[in-house]
Design a protein. Structure first.
Length: 300
């Protein structure tokens, strides 16, 4: 199968690229950088462009004839400093709409799989199912939801198969260094003290390899519609910090400071994965202890 991945060098995208190559698929990566896929760059095709530069890559994509297009690329992502930046709209929505319009001009049909976020759902105190009403409370979630609705309608009107995956919190090797888990691991490995906010949230965490496995199954089983990609577990955030401290055997002191709390509405961010479990016979997920140990070894 020929599979195109935009943003294939990112934390999530690169994990799927590696999985697809391992399963002997032909992969074309569209991304500005390739540092996360250097070890496999000779096993895939690579175009060093962002999605808003169609004149540079559209002919190459047409020649590649992708059976599936995975849309991982997204300016700003869910970085805290960018979640309410208007560029979440300006740098993502117009370029993705243009991309879909160009793809639709090809003489063949290709399935579209968009990558959304639990930020589309907004605030819930219960495990979130795919049937929950979307009520995003930041521009990142709103922009993702806007493109979700547009791409779904566009694909339906043009007889294009469509799916939308919503990852919850994914962790593991190669994660963005400024995120919580890599930051705490890095400081603990150096025996540096760590100052955090109260960390009073309840989070669903899924190991990166399990994320890639589930996305692969969605492709392999030719599933359409919306799917949560999450562990279905609830982890008090402080228990994750305690686990890192234990596994690193650090002398670091963890300080929880309520004065640096970020005002957010989401104190519980947990997903329900029963829908995807109906299609995957053996959804074997790595336990949080083993996943965190693998992650620590990567950064050590």
């Amino acid at each position: 199968m020929n599979i195109l991945i935009t943003g294939g060098n990112g934390f999530l995208g690169s994990s799927v690229v590696k999985k697809l190559i391992k399963e002997n698929h032909n992969v074309l990566v569209l991304s500005k950088k390739n540092n996360n896929i250097k070890s496999i760059i000779n096993n895939c095709k690579f175009l060093p462009y962002y999605i808003d530069e169609p004149e540079n890559y559209i002919k190459d994509i047409q020649l590649f004839s992708p059976d599936v297009i995975l849309l991982f690329g997204w300016w700003g992502s869910n970085n805290r400093k960018d979640v309410n930046n208007m560029n979440q709209y300006y740098k993502n929505i117009p370029s993705h709409i243009k991309f879909l319009e160009l793809i639709n001009k090809f003489s063949y049909k290709t399935k579209i799989i968009g990558v959304g976020s639990f930020a589309e759902y907004g605030s819930y105190e219960i495990p979130i199912t795919e049937e929950c009403v979307e009520k995003p409370n930041n521009l990142y979630g709103l922009s993702k939801l806007t493109f979700k609705k547009y791409s779904e309608m566009f694909c339906n009107q043009n007889n294009i198969k469509w799916a939308w995956i919503r990852p919850c919190f994914i962790y593991g090797p190669n994660d963005v260094k400024t995120r919580l888990i890599p930051t705490v691991i890095g400081k603990c490995l150096k025996n540096e003290n760590v100052e955090l906010d109260e960390c009073n949230k309840i989070i669903d965490y899924l190991y990166i390899d399990n994320f890639a496995d589930i996305v692969y199954e969605i492709i392999h089983l030719n599933l359409c519609g919306v799917y949560n990609v999450c562990s279905g577990n609830k982890y008090p955030l402080r228990s994750i910090i305690d686990l890192i401290v234990k596994l690193t055997n650090t002398n670091s002191k963890i300080v929880y400071n309520k004065n640096i709390n970020v005002q957010e509405n989401n104190n519980v961010i947990c997903g329900d994965n029963e829908k995807i479990k109906k299609y995957i016979n053996d959804l074997s997920l790595l336990c949080i202890e083993d996943g965190m140990e693998k992650t620590i070894k990567f950064y050590d």
